[in-house]
Design a protein around this ligand. Structure first.
Ligand SMILES: *[C@@H]1O[C@H](CO)[C@@H](O)[C@H](O)[C@H]1NC(C)=O
Ligand SMILES: *[C@@H]1O[C@H](CO)[C@@H](O)[C@H](O)[C@H]1NC(C)=O
Length: 426
C-alpha cells in the first residue's frame, strides 16, 4: 500500500498532528481502490449492509439534509478518536469518490429513513471551560489553574486533586490490565502511516530490515501477523483500551462529575480511553486537534486523570507553556486545545515523558467543539486487514509526531476507507 502522495506539509504549514489516540495509517484511497478493482482484496471482507446504510445516511446528513454540517464525508461525522493530518488528506481525496457513490445510493432516501441518532441529532457547541469547585462524596474538590506566561496562547490548564478516588483509580487500572493481558495473548497487527515512517521506526528499533510497500497487507498499511510477531519483540508502545458512554455505570458518574467541574457537556464527549505506559515508553509532541485546519468537529478540550503515582518520569509536558505535570493518583489535568472560535491552538502541544521508573496509567476523554451523531458511540469493527476476532492493533503514527500505541479496537477509519472502496465497485 502506498502512502498518501504529498503528505507532510504537516510541519511546513504549522500543523501538528493530533492525537494521543489513533493516528491511523495513511492510505491513499485512490491506490486502495485500484486494489479493489484488481480484485486483490479478500472476498470475505464484506462489511455489513447495515453499516453501508449508516454510512449512506451519514452522507445524506453531511451533504443534503443538514447543510450546516456539510463536510468531507469520511470525516469526523462518523468517527472520533482519530484526526491526524494524514487522515484529513485521505479524507479529502476520497471525497469525490464518496459523493459519487452517495448520489447513486441515496436515491429515494428521505430524512425519516435515517437512523434515529441522525434524525434526533442536535448540534452542541463547546466553546469554553467553566471550572467550578465541586463537592463529591463529602469531598471538596479544589481547582488550581496552572498559570503560564505565553501571551500568544489561548490555552488554560487546570488540575484538580483527587478528582477520582483511590478506589475508582484502582478499579479502572485493574479493568484495563485485565483486558490488555487477555488481548495480549494474540499478536497485534502492526500498522504504520507510510513505508518511510516504517523505516524510521525500524531504525529506532535498530533493526536492519529492508521494507517496501509490498510488505503491507494489500489494501492496508499494516504488516501481516508473521511480520508483526517479529517486530513485536523489538518495538515499544503504550496500551490503550476504550469504553463508551453508557457501557458502565461509572461512565455516567464520571461524565457527570466532569460536566459539573468543568462545564464540558455530556453530549460533546467521546469515548473514555485508558492508557498505560510501561517503563521507557512515552508519547511524542502532538496537539489534540488539527492546527490550521478549520474542522469544528475536533477536540476542544481534554481531561486526563492519572490513575497511579509514577516513581520517576511520565510527566505530561507542554513545552510552549512551560508546564509539566507529575502523575499522581486521582489528579485530573484539564486543558482546552482550541480557542473560543474553535481554532486549534498550536501552543497546546504536549507530550508524555518516558516513564523512567514505575508504570503509568491514565484515563482520558476528549470533548469536541461541535458534536456529531456518532460521537461517543462504539464503532462497528472493520474486517480489514485479515485478522482474527479481537486481534488488537498497534498504530505507529507519523514518525515525527507520533509514537506506537496498542489498541484494543480498530479505528473506524479503516472501515470507512473500506466502505468507500466498496462503493467504488458499484
Ligand atoms: C508476511 O509478510 C512477510 C513480509 O512481507 C512475507 O515475507 C511473508 O510471506 C508474509 N506471510 C504471510 C503468511 O503472508
Ligand atoms: C517536544 O518539543 C520540545 C520543544 O519544542 C522539545 O524540547 C522536546 O524534547 C520535545 N519532546 C518530545 C518528547 O518529543
Amino acid at each position: 500500500m502506498t502512502k498518501t502522495v504529498n503528505r507532510k506539509p504537516a510541519k511546513a504549514n504549522g500543523r501538528t498532528t493530533n492525537d494521543a489516540d489513533t493516528k491511523r495509517t495513511a492510505k491513499s484511497s485512490k491506490k486502495r481502490s485500484s486494489h479493489f478493482q484488481e480484485g486483490n482484496l479478500p472476498q470475505k471482507s464484506i462489511v455489513g449492509i447495515g453499516t453501508i446504510i449508516l454510512v449512506i445516511a451519514a452522507v445524506l446528513v453531511g451533504f443534503h439534509v443538514v447543510p450546516a454540517f456539510r463536510m468531507p464525508f469520511k470525516d469526523r461525522a462518523l468517527q472520533e478518536g482519530s484526526a491526524s493530518s494524514k487522515e484529513r488528506k485521505v479524507n479529502t481525496q476520497a471525497n469525490g469518490v464518496e459523493k459519487k457513490g452517495s448520489t447513486t445510493k441515496s436515491k429515494g432516501m428521505y430524512a425519516q429513513d435515517l437512523p434515529k441518532e441522525f434524525q434526533n441529532f442536535k448540534l452542541s457547541v463547546q466553546s469554553k471551560l467553566s471550572m467550578k469547585n465541586i463537592k463529591e462524596n463529602n469531598h471538596q474538590m479544589k481547582i488550581h489553574e496552572l498559570k503560564h506566561e505565553n501571551s500568544k496562547s489561548h490555552v488554560h490548564a487546570y488540575v484538580v486533586e483527587n478528582f477520582l478516588s483511590e478506589n475508582e483509580c484502582n478499579s479502572l487500572a485493574m479493568v484495563h490490565r485485565a483486558h490488555v493481558s487477555e488481548l495480549k495473548k494474540q499478536v497485534p497487527i502492526i500498522c504504520f502511516d507510510s513505508v518511510k515512517s516504517f523505516r524510521e521506526y525500524l531504525k529506532d528499533a535498530m533493526l536492519k530490515i529492508k521494507v517496501s510497500q509490498s510488505d503491507f497487507t494489500k489494501g492496508t498499511t499494516c504488516v501481516n501477523e508473521t511480520f508483526s510477531a517479529k517486530l513485536q519483540a523489538h518495538f515499544k508502545w503504550s496500551f490503550s483500551t476504550a469504553f463508551y458512554p453508557g457501557e458502565s455505570k461509572f461512565s455516567t458518574i464520571f461524565a457527570q462529575r466532569i460536566q459539573r467541574a468543568t462545564g464540558l457537556k455530556l453530549e460533546n464527549g467521546g469515548k473514555f480511553q485508558i492508557t498505560s505506559y510501561p517503563k521507557d515508553v512515552g508519547y511524542k509532541n502532538h496537539t489534540d486537534c488539527l492546527v490550521n485546519h478549520g474542522e469544528k468537529r475536533d477536540r476542544f478540550a481534554t481531561i486526563l486523570v492519572y490513575l497511579r503515582d509514577v516513581e520517576e518520569g511520565g510527566e505530561t509536558k507542554f513545552p510552549q507553556l512551560g508546564i509539566s505535570v507529575k502523575p499522581r493518583m486521582g489528579l485530573a489535568l484539564i486543558w482546552n486545545s482550541m480557542n473560543s472560535k474553535g481554532e486549534c491552538d498550536p501552543t497546546s502541544i504536549h507530550n508524555a515523558a518516558k516513564v523512567v521508573k514505575g508504570h503509568k496509567f491514565i484515563i482520558q476523554r476528549w470533548y469536541y467543539y461541535h458534536n456529531f451523531p456518532s460521537l461517543g458511540r462504539r464503532p462497528e469493527e472493520p474486517r480489514l486487514p485479515p485478522r482474527t476476532a479481537n486481534q488488537p492493533r498497534v498504530s505507529c503514527d507519523e514518525y515525527e509526531q507520533g509514537s506506537c500505541r496498542w489498541y484494543d479496537e480498530w479505528n473506524y477509519d479503516h472501515l470507512l476507507d473500506y466502505t468507500a472502496n466498496l462503493q467504488n465497485l458499484i
